[in-house]
Design a protein around this ligand. Structure first.
Ligand code: COI
Length: 350
C-alpha cells in the first residue's frame, strides 16, 4: 500500500492541556484518507487534519450510508505504541459495511492505515495514566446523488483524538420503557450513525432527569435489557457476572468480548444470558444485585451508581474492591503492556 504523506508545518501539540484531556477535545495533527472508486480502494494519503469538501448532494448527508469504529493506542514504559485489538475492529467494520451495502475494507488496509497514521502522529499517544489516543476510522458514501441506492464512491478516513475519561464519574442510567434503539432485523449490531442519531431524543430526555445514559430494552415488550448506547452491560447477581447475549440488536463490543475472555483468567464466574428488567429490579430490592457496569472502548469500564426504572431511582454500590475494578485493572495492564498479552490482542507500531 503506497501512502502519500503531506505533513503539517507546525504541530498543534504544544496547545494541549494534558492535565485536562477530556474525550476528543484535541485531534492529532494528521488524518488518513482513501477513496473507493470503480470497485477498488485507492489514493491512500496522510494529510494535515482538515475540513472535507463535499457536494451538498452527498448521499451520506441525506441517507446516512456511513459506518465507523473506535479503538485506542497506548504507550508502554519503553515509549512503544501499542494498539488494542485492531483485528476485531476490522472485522466489525466489515460486518457494518455489509449491512449498510458498503464495500468491505481489507483487514490489511484497515491495520496498515492505522499503523501509517500513528507513525506520523506518534507524539500524540499520551504516556500518562488512564489516557490514550482514540482512533476513529470511518467510511461514508461520497456520491452526489439524491435517490435511494447504494453509492458507487466512498471515502475511508481515520482521525485521532486524545482520550482521558469518557465519563468523569460513575454513571446514572435509566431503563428505557418506551423508546427503542434497535429491532430484530434492523441495524442495531452495525456501528452506523443511524443508531446513535435515533437514540439522541430519548437520551436527551433522560439527561434532563439526571441520567447520563439509557439502558436499552428489547423493542417488542421492553422486557429484557440489551445495551447502553455507548456501552455493553454487565450485572453482578448472586456473585455471578451476567451480560446479555449478542444478536442483531446489540453491538458486538470489543471491550465486552475482552471481558468475557478475561473472566476465566480472573476466576470470575460469568454467564451470557437474557436478563429481564424484572430480574434486575427484584435483585436490587432483595440485595442480590451487588454491581452493575457498562463496557466500551470510549468508556472503558464505567461503574453504574444508579438505575432508574418506573419513576424510581435505585442506588447501586461501586468501588475499589468491585469485580469491575478487578477487570479494569487487568485490562489496563494488558493494554499498557505491563502484563503479558496472553490473548494476542496487542500489536506494536514499528
Ligand atoms: C466507542 O466506544 O468507541 C464509541 O464509539 C462510543 C462513542 C460514545 C464514543
Amino acid at each position: 500500500m503506497e501512502v502519500i504523506i503531506n505533513k503539517v508545518k507546525k504541530s498543534k501539540i504544544s496547545s494541549v492541556d494534558f492535565k485536562n484531556l477530556g474525550f476528543c477535545k484535541y485531534y492529532s495533527d494528521h488524518m488518513f484518507i482513501a477513496e473507493y472508486e470503480e470497485g477498488e480502494w485507492k489514493n491512500f494519503k496522510i494529510t494535515p487534519f482538515q475540513d472535507l469538501k463535499l457536494s451538498p448532494a452527498c448521499a451520506t448527508l441525506h441517507y446516512g450510508q456511513t459506518i465507523f469504529e473506535g479503538l485506542k493506542a497506548y504507550k508502554n514504559n519503553k515509549d512503544e505504541i501499542l494498539i488494542f485489538r485492531a483485528k476485531k475492529n476490522a472485522e466489525r467494520f466489515n460486518k457494518s459495511a455489509q449491512r449498510m451495502c458498503m464495500p468491505e475494507l481489507p483487514e490489511n488496509i484497515f491495520t496498515n492505515s492505522i499503523n501509517e497514521l500513528l507513525r506520523v502522529d506518534k507524539n500524540w499517544v499520551p504516556k500518562q495514566d488512564n489516557s490514550s489516543l482514540y482512533i476513529r476510522p470511518l467510511m461514508f458514501a461520497k456520491d452526489p446523488y439524491i435517490g435511494i441506492r447504494p453509492a458507487d464512491k466512498y471515502i475511508y478516513l481515520i482521525i485521532c483524538g486524545l482520550a482521558g475519561g469518557y465519563y468523569s464519574e460513575p454513571v446514572n442510567v435509566k431503563i428505557e420503557e418506551k423508546f427503542t434503539r434497535a429491532i430484530a432485523g434492523g441495524v442495531g449490531y452495525a456501528k452506523t450513525a443511524a443508531n446513535y442519531a435515533a437514540a439522541l431524543y430519548p437520551a436527551v430526555k433522560s439527561q434532563s432527569e439526571g441520567y447520563h445514559q439509557l439502558i436499552w430494552t428489547d423493542g417488542k415488550k421492553h422486557e429484557y435489557v440489551e445495551e447502553s448506547g455507548t456501552m455493553n452491560l454487565f450485572f453482578v447477581i448472586d456473585g455471578k457476572l451476567l451480560t446479555p447475549p449478542l444478536g442483531d440488536t446489540v453491538l458486538d463490543g470489543v471491550t465486552r468480548d475482552s471481558i468475557i475472555s478475561l473472566c476465566k483468567n480472573l476466576n470470575i464466574d460469568l454467564e451470557v444470558r437474557k436478563i429481564s428488567v424484572e430480574e434486575i429490579i427484584l435483585s436490587i430490592k432483595n440485595g442480590q444485585l451487588t454491581e452493575a457496569f457498562g463496557a466500551g472502548t470510549a468508556a472503558t469500564i464505567a461503574p453504574i451508581k444508579m438505575i432508574g426504572y418506573d419513576s424510581k431511582k435505585y442506588k447501586i454500590s461501586y468501588g475499589k474492591n468491585s469485580i469491575s475494578q478487578k477487570i479494569l485493572s487487568k485490562l489496563n495492564k494488558i493494554k499498557y503492556g505491563i502484563d503479558e498479552d496472553i490473548f494476542n490482542w496487542i500489536h506494536k507500531i514499528k
